[in-house]
Design a protein around this ligand. Structure first.
Ligand code: GYE
Length: 310
C-alpha cells in the first residue's frame, strides 16, 4: 500500500514525486531550451519525470495526459498546444484527484478549477512591446520612404495562446499609427521552414514589404533565408521584429539581420518543480505566475550573447 500524499494523489513508494509532462513538440529553439530546462530541473529537484513529445498535435497531448492519469502520477504539467478543447481530459484528471499545472501556454476554459496555476509569459505584453518598437521606429522602418509602412505577419501555431495574444498586443499598439498596416498575415507554425515558405509566398505576391513581424525567432530566421534568396537584405531592405531571443535569433540580431527581439524566457523548469513540490504537499500557490522578460536591440544582443545559455 502506498501512502496518500496531502495533495490527494498517490505518492510513489519511495517518497519521490512523479510528474507527467506533456510537451508541445520540438518545433523551435525556444522549445528545445524549455525541454532541457524542465528535464534538468526535475533531476535537480529529485522529481521523477515522465516526459512526452506531442509533435504539435493536441490528440497526442490528450493521450499522454490520459496515460499519466492511468499511471497515477502525483502531478501533471503540460504546455497546451492550442487554447481550446481541454475540458474533458482535465475533468478526468480532477476526478482522479491529480493536480494539473499549466506551463508556457494557457487554456481557454470557463472552469478554472481544472488547473492549479499557470506559469508563463504575458504574450499580449510581448506583442505590445513588438508593436511599440515599430511605432517608435516607424520612420526608419519605412524603407521606401513613401509614408506607408507595410507589415507582413508570420503567425505562430493557429489557435495557440502565443499566436493569438502576440497578434492582439501588436495590433492594439500599431492601431495608434495610421501609417502602419498589416498587409498579409499567415501561420508559419512556429517553425523555421514554415516561416521560410510563407515569406517566399509573401515576397512573390507583394513587392512592397517594409517590415516582417514574426511571432518567434525561428520563423524570422526562415524569413531571412527567403529574403536573401529574393535578392534583398534582411534588416536593411526589410526590417524584422521577432519574439523569443534564443541564441540563433540573438546572433542574427547582433549581425543586423533582425532589428528587434522581444524576449520570451523558456527557462520555466525551476519554477515548475518548485510549484509541483508545493502543490503535492498541499500548500497554496498563486493562480498565475508571470515570467519576467526584457527586449533586445542589436547592441544589447551583442552584449548579452557571450553569457546566453540557450
Ligand atoms: O515563442 C515559440 C515556441 O509557447 C512561448 O512556442 C512558446 C512559443 C515560443 O514554439 O518559439
Amino acid at each position: 500500500m502506498s501512502l496518500s500524499a496531502c495533495g490527494g494523489s498517490e505518492a510513489a513508494d519511495d517518497g519521490k514525486i512523479t510528474m507527467g509532462f506533456a510537451q508541445v513538440g520540438a518545433e523551435s529553439g525556444w522549445r528545445t531550451a524549455n525541454t532541457t530546462s524542465i528535464q534538468d530541473s526535475a533531476k535537480e529537484a529529485g522529481i521523477d519525470l515522465k516526459f512526452s513529445d506531442a509533435q504539435q498535435k493536441q490528440e497526442n497531448q490528450i493521450k499522454s495526459i490520459r496515460s499519466y492519469i492511468q499511471q497515477k502520477v502525483d502531478v501533471i504539467a503540460f504546455s497546451p498546444v492550442v487554447e481550446t478543447g481541454w475540458d474533458a481530459v482535465l475533468q478526468e484528471a480532477k476526478r482522479a484527484k491529480i493536480p494539473v499545472v499549466l506551463t508556457d501556454r494557457a487554456v481557454d476554459t470557463e472552469d478554472t478549477s481544472l488547473y492549479v496555476t499557470f506559469i508563463g509569459s504575458d504574450f499580449v505584453e510581448e506583442g505590445e512591446k513588438a508593436g511599440q518598437w515599430l511605432v517608435d521606429n516607424a520612420e526608419a522602418s519605412d524603407v521606401d520612404k513613401d509614408g506607408a509602412i507595410n507589415v507582413v505577419e508570420l503567425q505562430g501555431t493557429t489557435g495557440s495562446a502565443p499566436a493569438i495574444d502576440r497578434k492582439k498586443g501588436f495590433e492594439d499598439v500599431i492601431s495608434s499609427d495610421s501609417t502602419i498596416k498589416i498587409t498579409s498575415s499567415q501561420t508559419g507554425d512556429f517553425t523555421r521552414d514554415g516561416g521560410k515558405q510563407v515569406m517566399e509566398a509573401f515576397l512573390q505576391s507583394d513587392p512592397k514589404i517594409d517590415v516582417v513581424y514574426a511571432h518567434n525567432d525561428d520563423m524570422g530566421l526562415g524569413a531571412i533565408e527567403a529574403i536573401k534568396a529574393a535578392g534583398k537584405k534582411p534588416g536593411t531592405d526589410i526590417k524584422i521584429i521577432t519574439v523569443d531571443a534564443v541564441k540563433d535569433g540573438m546572433t542574427a540580431l547582433a549581425a543586423g539581420e533582425i532589428n528587434f527581439i522581444v524576449e520570451c524566457s523558456p527557462l520555466l523548469g525551476p519554477q515548475l518543480m518548485d510549484v509541483a513540490e508545493k502543490v503535492v504537499a498541499g500548500e497554496e500557490v498563486p493562480e498565475r505566475i508571470v515570467t519576467e522578460e526584457t527586449t533586445f536591440t542589436p547592441e544589447q544582443a551583442a552584449e548579452a550573447l557571450p553569457d546566453r545559455k540557450y
